[in-house]
Design a protein around this ligand. Sequence first.
Ligand code: NAD
Length: 364
Amino acid sequence: MVDYVGTTRIAELLAHVGTASFMEALAGEIEVDFCRWHDFDKSPRHAAHSSVGVIELMPISDSKLYTFKYVNGHPKNTHDGLLTVTAFGILADVATGYPLLLSEMTYITALRTAAISALAAQKMARSNSRVMAMIGNGAQSEFQILAFHRMLRIREVRLFDTDKAATEKLLRNLSALKIPDLKIICSKSTAEAARGADIVTTVTADKRNALILTPEMVEPGMHLNAVGGDCPGKTELHIDILRRSDARIVVEYEPQARIEGEIQQLKTTELVIELTDVLCGTKAGRTSDHEVTIFDSVGFALNDFSALRYVYKLNREQSAGRALIDLVPLLNDPKNLWGGLTGTEKPHPAALVGKVPTKPIALV
Ligand code: NAD
């Protein structure tokens, strides 16, 4: 039997742990995995592009565990009442090839993206950073703000989205959380939100080389957390920001970032740093208070590996409500696959299916 974590179960697990605590703990798992970088069999993700979006497969493994995520990116979806990004994934045992966990990953993607953004910013942003501009107020935005509030002690967020309804939604959700030490400001433009901010997070969705941040908006010492540009021809930063003489660019996995990240705009001879080097301490995330640091995030399979393993562990620890599904036949005689299908082979006694009760989500 295979563990199953659906959208209801992940909400239940988050209610138990707390969303900000979950992201902080997951950031710890991601950091440990990035520091054993050479243990992993890595490759850029496989992308199937269409004129309206992309569907991607993201596999990775070490000697013990294998994971993959199926994820889409369709910026036009929200006009039809659908999410821009949805995902699910598998964690499997390398020794047998058997799947251990089938999980929803739409929520997990938002959680792990925010976790790695905040983890990178801990090493790259100025340590006295307290003000963040949040450009793009869609599905990912609450997660980003909660992670930065918890892990960087961000105390002021300035919100901007071209869709006023998205900002109103974000404001409503943040207000409901009643975070006493977080000042929330709605800005009239990206430039207004960014002015004087310590960190600018861009998490917009548009299938083009957008110019969300232009050079005059970027001030010395800023940290840019560029999350939304994650496909060929889909970027958020003006190239001159990347080419600033004082810019320091960090990516998750260079071969993939060269295809999908902001740095697709650069020549391959223009140097960038991989996050593993920053997390392991072999390279600095920032070398001066005046440097402009840029985390060019596209989402790498290792982020999902850490997340799936963490969710698998949490799900097993919270045995009440844990569900199992019959994804793989369980046979007394493994050679009698036909008997399993026709019912002549007795099923293995472990072939039970569980049920998940629902509980409200605790957000902080
Ligand atoms: P979403 O569609 O829910 O939200 C995107 C928001 O961006 C929308 O509210 C839209 O109105 C806004 N927007 C578009 N153009 C804008 C502009 N010029 N200025 C300000 N706001 C603008 O999407 P989402 O799920 O929040 O994802 C956002 C982006 O992040 C997507 O492009 C997605 O592919 C990417 N993403 C990246 C990672 C990663 O690991 N790097 C992970 C998840 C999502």
